[in-house]
Design a protein around this ligand. Structure first.
Ligand SMILES: Cc1cc2nc3c(=O)[nH]c(=O)nc-3n(C[C@H](O)[C@H](O)[C@H](O)COP(=O)(O)O)c2cc1C
Ligand SMILES: [Fe+2]
Ligand SMILES: [Fe+2]
Length: 396
C-alpha cells in the first residue's frame, strides 16, 4: 500500500515482518526488514526500485491500485540485487517499453539475472533527468556494495534515494527515524554496516566524501531497507564516516566454543584477567555455536581486539570457530588485535591454526596464544588470568 512520505513521493514497497534470515542464511533479520520502493509524481512519474522477488506479484498488484502503470515514465534501478530488482520482470510485462535508468554495471547484472531486452538508459555520475518541477541526479557508488550500486538525488524536497547505503533490516510501519525505537535503529544500522559493508569501508569513505563535495542538499535519506532518515539525516552520514574509518570502541570480544567446558572456563578466566588490567573495558563473551553469527560480527566490529578459543578437535578448531574465521577473512577488518587459546588433549594445534588464520584475515596477533592440557588446575588458572592481563596490556 502507498504511504505518502512527501507531497509528491509515495513509499510503495513491502514490509517483510516474517523474514528471519536474508542473503540466504547469511544475515539474521531478528526485526524483519522492508524493501523500500518509491513513486515520484511530478509532471513525469518515476519509480525508484522495486521489491524482493517473492513479493513481485503483490507489488505489481498494489502499484496498479495506485496508478495506471502506463503513467510510469521512468524506472530508476539503483541496484540489481534481487531484493530490489526482483519485481522488475513482473512489472515490465505490463510496461515493456518503459526506460530503465541505471549504471552500465547494472545493465550487466540486470541482464545476467533476467535476460530481458529492456530499454536500459545508462547513467554516469552527475547525469540528470528532469521530472518537470524537480530533477533527479544520479550518483553511482560502485562497490557500495555491488559494482552496479547507485544513489539518486531528487531536487526540490532534496531526497537522497540511497538504496542499500544507510539501511537497516528493521520492519517498521511508520518508516521514519524519529518514529522508530532509537536503540533498535542504532543496533540494526551498525549490524548492517558491520556485516554487509565492512569489506568496502575504504570505498565508502571516498564515495561519501565525493557525494558531500557535490553540495547536493539532503533533507531526507530514503533507504531501500528499513527506516528513512528525515530527522537530522546527516547523523547517519557522519556515522558511516566513523564506521568506515577502522571503527573501534573500548571493547574486547572473546569468542569460544567448548565440548566439556574446559575452554569455556579458560575464556572466563582470561576475561577476568582483562578486567583486572582494564576495569572499564567492555569484555563480551560469545559461544560461537550458540550466539547469532551476525551479532558476534557486530561485536567484533566494535572491538579493539578479539580472542578466539576452541578445544583442539581433530587437530584443529571446532567448526563454529572455523566458520567465524571464514567470515573474518571476507570482512577485512582493519586495525584490530587478536590472539587465540585452546584446551587440548594430546596435540593442541587449534590455537596456532587460529592465530595463523587471524593473521590471514588482517588481524594483528600480539602473542603466541595460550594452551592448556585438558582442564586447568589452580596454577594454570593463574596463568590464564595472567594471559588476560598481558593481552589487555598489549591492546591498551
Ligand atoms: C572428537 C574429539 C577429537 C579430539 N581431537 C583432538 C586432537 O586432534 N588433538 C588434541 O590435542 N585434542 C583433541 N581432543 C581432546 C580435546 O581437545 C580435549 O578434550 C579438550 O580438553 C576439550 O576441551 P573442552 O572441554 O573445552 O571441550 C579431541 C576430543 C574429542 C572429543
Ligand atoms: Fe544489496
Ligand atoms: Fe538490499
Amino acid at each position: 500500500m502507498r504511504k505518502k512520505i512527501t507531497d509528491n513521493i509515495s513509499w510503495v514497497g513491502k514490509i517483510d515482518w516474517e523474514i528471519r534470515t536474508a542473503h540466504g542464511k547469511e544475515y539474521s533479520t531478528h526485526k524483519g526488514t522492508s524493501y523500500n520502493a518509491y513513486l515520484i509524481e511530478d509532471e513525469k512519474t518515476a519509480l525508484i526500485d522495486t521489491v524482493w522477488e517473492p513479493y513481485a506479484d503483490e507489488f505489481v498488484t498494489n502499484l496498479r491500485r495506485e496508478i495506471d502503470l502506463e503513467q510510469i515514465d521512468y524506472i530508476i534501478c539503483n541496484h540489481a540485487e534481487p531484493d530490489h530488482s526482483g519485481a522488475l520482470p513482473a512489472l515490465m510485462k505490463y510496461i515493456p517499453d518503459t526506460p530503465i535508468y541505471c549504471t552500465k554495471q547494472a545493465t550487466l547484472s540486470l541482464s545476467g539475472h533476467y535476460h530481458q531486452d529492456w530499454d536500459f538508459r545508462t547513467v554516469t555520475s552527475g547525469d540528470t533527468l528532469s521530472l518537470g518541477e524537480n530533477t533527479l541526479t544520479f550518483f553511482p557508488v560502485p562497490m557500495v556494495h555491488w559494482p552496479d550500486s547507485m544513489m539518486t538525488h531528487l531536487s526540490g524536497q532534496n531526497v537522497l534515494f540511497s538504496n542499500d547505503a544507510f539501511g537497516q533490516h528493521y520492519a517498521h510501519e511508520l518508516l521514519f527515524n524519529d518514529l522508530a525505537d532509537q536503540c533498535t535503529l542504532y543496533e540494526e544500522a551498525i549490524k548492517y554496516y558491520a556485516n554487509i559493508l565492512t569489506p568496502f569501508s575504504p570505498v565508502i569513505t571516498n564515495r561519501i566524501q565525493e557525494f558531500l563535495a557535490t553540495d547536493l542538499p539532503v533533507n531526507l535519506i530514503a533507504t531501500s531497507h528499513g527506516i528513512l532518515w528525515r530527522d537530522n539525516p546527516e547523523q547517519i552520514i557522519e556515522q558511516y564516516l566513523r564506521w568506515s574509518d577502522a571503527y573501534q570502541e573500548d571493547q574486547i570480544t572473546i569468542i569460544y566454543d567448548t565440548m566439556y567446558n574446559s575452554t569455556k572456563v579458560m575464556a572466563e578466566t582470561i576475561a577476568a584477567g582483562i578486567l583486572q588490567h582494564s576495569p572499564a573495558t567492555h569484555v563480551k563473551l560469545f559461544h560461537a555455536a550458540k550466539a547469532d553469527k551476525n551479532d558476534i560480527i557486530t561485536e567484533v566490529f566494535r572491538s579493539k581486539a578479539v580472542l578466539l578459543g576452541s578445544p583442539t578437535f581433530n587437530k584443529g578448531p571446532l567448526a563454529s570457530l572455523a566458520a567465524i574465521l571464514e567470515e573474518f577473512r571476507g570482512l577485512k577488518f582493519t586495525g584490530k588485535k587478536a590472539s587465540a587459546f585452546t584446551s587440548y588433549g594430546w596435540s593442541g594445534e587449534a590455537a596456532k591454526l587460529m592465530l595463523s588464520e587471524l593473521i590471514d584475515a588482517g588481524f594483528e596477533t600480539v602473542d603466541e596464544g595460550f594452551r592448556i592440557n585438558w582442564r586447568m588446575n589452580a596454577d594454570q588458572r593463574h596463568d590464564a588470568l595472567q594471559f588476560g592481563v598481558e593481552f589487555a596490556s598489549l591492546v591498551f
